[in-house]
Write a new protein. Sequence first.
Length: 354
Amino acid sequence: MKITPKGYSNIKNVDFNNLKFGVNFSDHMLICVYKNGSWGEAEIKPYQPINMMPGTQVLHYGQSVFEGMKAFKTVEGKVLLFREEDNFNRLNKSAKRICIPEIPKDIFMDGLHEILSLDADWIKEGDNFSLYIRPFIFASGQCIKATISDEYTFMIICSPTTTYYAGDMHVLLEQEYTRAVKGGTGSVKAAGNYAASFYPTKLAKEKGFSQIIWTDAENHEYLEEAGTMNIWIRIDDKLITPSLSDTILGGITRDSVVKLAKDMGIEVEERAISISELKEAHQNGRLKEAFGTGTAVSVIFIGSITLDENKMQLPKMENSYARNLKANLTAIQHGKIADNHGWTTEVESSVASH
């Protein structure tokens, strides 16, 4: 792996007390190109513009996939990666679905650890801080025929982050637009999935909502996701989240919360949740909590769910499952409590010789 360290850092120009999500980037990036049927040598260099011709295929046909993952810093100054194997596997699952050649594990892992070693100062200690890591692959061949590319570029960039949403979310049940359909790409992190979601989300935000809850494409009867997150509801003392399908992304935070909830003795059901069940539970006072989970947000509370003009306000629970789950997840990620699931990996201070 070729490594060109940056001679100075831009970190002094970043106000970590007023971070906006995803707009500041750490000093280094990884780039690796696939052509002539194989992936070349990965290179780490200072964060900088990339060259792209007007005929680059990703600009025309959206052949692109990405991941979202995080690194955390312990009070002792150690850097911990959270569930790196799962992110690697999901990126390749997405790549396969979009007809992109899969990334070799050594390129992904060695490059990831080397960047985090170089940019460790960008990971601040504290429960609200982390380094958001964005691995992505795009079609970088030049051709405007509607076909798969013969060249691809894999990159990793990193962005320091803190809380994604301020306060609780207030969400609108979406019953006109659709995020994903059976047989489509809803279960993978294809870039186009997100582009298609922006317009209905914009309409909801214009009405004062934080996000929307997507429902099934066929009848708009069942809950699927909350914006770019997996959705959870608590009815009485039971946690319910939609079971995974080809219209729902298998969230790594979702999977973590399933396991942590079971560790805490909470009953978890992975099954379909209908709007009628949600309404009935609210009317009967049995709807106790709702929340979203995702890499960027961790666990985020939902304060209300609106269907048409009917606003279902959620109570403030003293023994909140969401709060307890978030606390346990955060403590594992920051190395404060034992990681009994083997989710975290310590990043060594130097992985490769420069």
